[in-house]
Design a protein around this ligand. Structure first.
Ligand code: PNS
Length: 165
């Protein structure tokens, strides 16, 4: 069983993430989308919310599972008996960080390899942060995130604004 993990913050999942999920799911038996529950970052969406949104988005891809994880990615991979980490590369600016992360993971566990998918051209500019910023200023985000996610981003930002008032 060839199992891979596609880890990330997914705050929120974008069409770029979905593209990587679909393409990587084709080359493995099972793809686990690992949603980081990170104490160091303050995400817009709770981890439960991010998992729920992702589950909805991948519901028609039979070999994809969505799970939350905490702590080291290599420990999560070991627990799942996954030897492959999947990451997307949008531009050369991603490279340094991704190389550092994959090499750190390699030192932490030499059994685990990272494979990179170059992002499809149409999503090369996309990131969860720019989606949030664009939505905050009222832009149409329908070209950036899956349909089921659109209203949740606006709602969550509204909620956050109310809290800050
Ligand atoms: O979507 P992101 O925020 O770029 O994803 C980053 C992620 C979740 C892949 C990375 O932060 C991660 O793996 N965190 C878990 C902690 C860990 O294992 N750190 C050591 C490797 S640098």
């Amino acid at each position: 069983m060839k199992r891979a993990i596609y880890p990330g913050s997914f705050d929120p999942v974008t069409l770029g993430h979905l593209d990587i999920i679909k393409r990587s799911a084709k080359i493995v038996d099972e793809l686990v989308v690992g949603v980081l529950n990170n104490n160091l970052k303050t995400p817009l969406f709770s981890v439960e919310n991010r998992v729920k949104m992702l589950k909805e988005v991948v519901k028609d891809i039979p070999n994809v599972r969505v799970m939350a994880f905490e702590g080291l990615l290599v420990d999560f991979a070991k627990k799942l008996d996954a030897k492959i980490i999947v990451r997307g590369l949008r531009a050369v600016t991603d490279f340094e960080y991704e190389l550092q992360m994959s090499q750190t993971n390699m030192v932490l566990d030499k059994e685990i390899d990272t494979i990179f998918f170059t992002t499809s051209l149409e999503y090369a500019y996309l990131s969860s942060s720019t989606v949030k910023e664009a939505a905050f200023y009222g832009a149409d985000i329908s070209r950036f995130v899956p349909e089921s996610v659109i209203h949740q981003v606006y709602e969550k930002l509204k909620e956050k604004e109310k809290k800050n008032e």
